[in-house]
Design a protein around this ligand. Structure first.
Ligand code: 4NP
Length: 156
C-alpha cells in the first residue's frame, strides 16, 4: 500500500479561497474512492479569522456547484511546512507569507496556477472585497486545477 499523501491549500484569511481548494479537491477524492490515500487541509497566512467557518458568500457559490465547505479557519504553522507533501498558495503574496514560516524547505510549495495552463491568471484573485463574480472565478480556477493537483499528489 502506498504512503498517504497530504496537501495543504493556503490563502490569506482561510475563509474564501483555500477552504474552497480543500472542499473541491476532497469532493473529487471521495468520488474517486481515494479517501484513504490522501489528506487535504487548508490554512491562512494571517490569523484574522481563526475559528470561523468559510465566508457565507463563498459557501453559497460552492454549494451551487455541489461542494460543502466544512473547514474552520486556522493559521499556517511551521509544523505544517514539515508535515505536508504539497503546499499550494493561491497567490504570490500568500507564497511569500508561506516562505516566511518555512525555515526548513521540506514541503513542496506551488502556486495554484502551476496546475493550470497559461490562459489562466497567475494569482487566484482575492474575492473578499468584491462581488459575486469573484467567488465564481475562484471556483472556476480551483475546479480546473484539481485534476492536475490530484494526479501530482498521487505520483509523489
Ligand atoms: P481568503 O480571502 O484569503 O481567500 O480567505 C480573504 C478573507 C479575509 C480577508 C482578506 C481575504 N480580510 O482582509 O479579512
Amino acid at each position: 500500500m502506498s504512503k498517504v499523501k497530504s496537501v495543504l491549500f493556503v490563502c490569506l484569511g482561510n475563509i474564501c479561497r483555500s477552504p474552497t481548494g480543500e472542499g473541491v479537491l476532497l469532493h473529487s477524492i471521495k468520488r474517486q474512492g481515494l479517501g484513504s490515500r490522501c489528506i487535504v487541509d487548508s490554512a491562512g497566512t494571517s490569523g484574522y479569522h481563526v475559528g470561523q467557518t468559510a465566508d457565507r458568500r463563498m459557501q453559497d457559490s460552492a454549494a451551487r456547484r455541489g461542494y460543502s465547505l466544512l473547514s474552520r479557519s486556522r493559521q499556517l504553522t511551521h509544523q505544517d511546512m514539515l508535515e505536508f507533501d504539497l503546499v499550494i498558495a493561491m497567490d504570490r503574496e500568500n507564497r511569500l507569507g508561506i516562505e516566511s514560516v518555512n525555515s526548513q524547505p521540506l514541503a513542496r510549495i506551488h502556486l495554484l496556477s502551476d496546475f493550470l495552463d497559461d490562459s489562466w491568471p497567475i494569482d487566484v484573485p482575492d474575492p473578499y472585497y468584491g462581488g459575486d463574480a469573484g467567488f465564481e472565478e475562484v471556483l472556476d480556477m480551483i475546479e480546473a486545477a484539481c485534476p492536475n493537483i490530484l494526479s501530482t499528489l498521487l505520483e509523489l
